[in-house]
Design a binder for this molecule. Structure first.
Ligand SMILES: O=c1[nH]c(=O)c2[nH]c(=O)[nH]c2[nH]1
Length: 293
């Protein structure tokens, strides 16, 4: 019984590309998950490990980023057609290509020029604690994903022998906000105040020129306490969803903060409480509430 190689394809899966069109102050954000698959005369690498025909998947990934800088992205269909054409037309052994693209949606926060939020995914939460006659109400939200394409810096941090992070005065700042706030009374119009607090969190994220995600966290919590006397304290957990500027120099291209790799993990995790001095005590309200300091 003979053994033969059947259908095959190979490529780079899930290239996380974030492109910022900064040609006007009103940034256009395109967030894609691109997978490339090449088909053609690749028997040799499977059968003998001869890679003479194998356009490396790393090269395919680089092509995605370089094309984003060279040509922009536009509609995902156009970007995919351009990539498929390039692979088939530039490599004689590549007879076909399949390019899959998922686009992650972003919406502007209050029609802001460079602050966005991700629709869907977010949840409103509450944790109510009763102990004897006493009652505490915590409200909040999880997974509110937000991004600023400028207006964020990070510098002035110590450098030791393990520090490689460059200082930056212009970076993408993105996070998935989990916030929980404790009301100081139980006489609150829950349904009316919730969207207002959410809106203050969003507008403070958008409006704060950030020198650190820590500073943004405190500003967001502080704004809620300033504007809502009913809130005794707020706790925030904000992963720093890193966006790495792609080095396009090897391809003769600059990258003026336009083409980013959206990292998955690891991520910075910035957490903190913002408290109103003299507010009623929390008692057991936070006991066993997950995800918080
Ligand atoms: O806003 C930030 N805070 C940090 O503590 C930190 N650390 C890091 O590597 N990048 C950042 N960004």
């Amino acid at each position: 019984m003979g053994i033969v190689l059947g259908a095959n394809q190979y490529g780079k899966a899930e290239v996380r590309l974030v492109h910022v069109d900064r040609s006007t102050p009103r940034h256009v954000l395109t967030d894609l998950n691109v997978s490339t698959h090449l088909r053609g005369a690749f028997d040799a690498t499977y059968l003998t490990g001869d890679n003479a025909a194998v356009l490396a998947t790393d090269t395919q990934k680089n092509t995605v980023y370089a094309f984003a800088r060279k040509f922009g992205v536009g509609q995902p269909e156009d970007f995919a057609i351009r990539l498929a054409g390039h692979f088939v037309e530039s490599q004689p052994q590549v007879s076909g290509a399949q390019i899959e693209i998922e686009q992650l949606p972003w919406a502007r926060i209050d029609d802001h020029d460079h602050a966005f939020s991700r629709p869907g995914g977010e949840r409103r939460t509450t944790t109510v604690t009763r102990d004897g006659d006493q009652l505490w109400v915590i409200a909040g939200l999880t997974d509110l994903v937000v991004l600023k394409s400028t207006g964020s810096e990070f510098h002035g941090f110590p450098r030791d022998e393990y520090t490689t992070l460059p200082e930056t005065t212009d970076r993408i700042l993105a996070t998935s906000v989990t916030a929980r706030w404790r009301y100081s009374s139980t006489h609150v119009a829950w349904g009316e105040i919730y969207p207002k607090i959410r809106a203050v969190l969003l507008e403070t994220f958008a409006g704060t020129h950030s020198l650190a995600l820590q500073q943004t966290l405190y500003a967001m919590g502080g704004a809620v306490l300033e504007q809502f006397g009913e809130v005794a304290e707020i706790r925030l957990s904000m992963p720093n969803k890193h966006h790495y500027l792609v080095d396009l120099e090897p391809f003769g291209l600059d990258n003026p903060n336009e083409v980013f790799l959206a990292g998955d993990r690891p991520y910075g995790l910035i957490e903190g409480q913002v408290l109103r001095e003299g507010a009623p005590a929390a008692g057991p309200a936070w006991q066993f509430v997950p995800g918080f300091v």
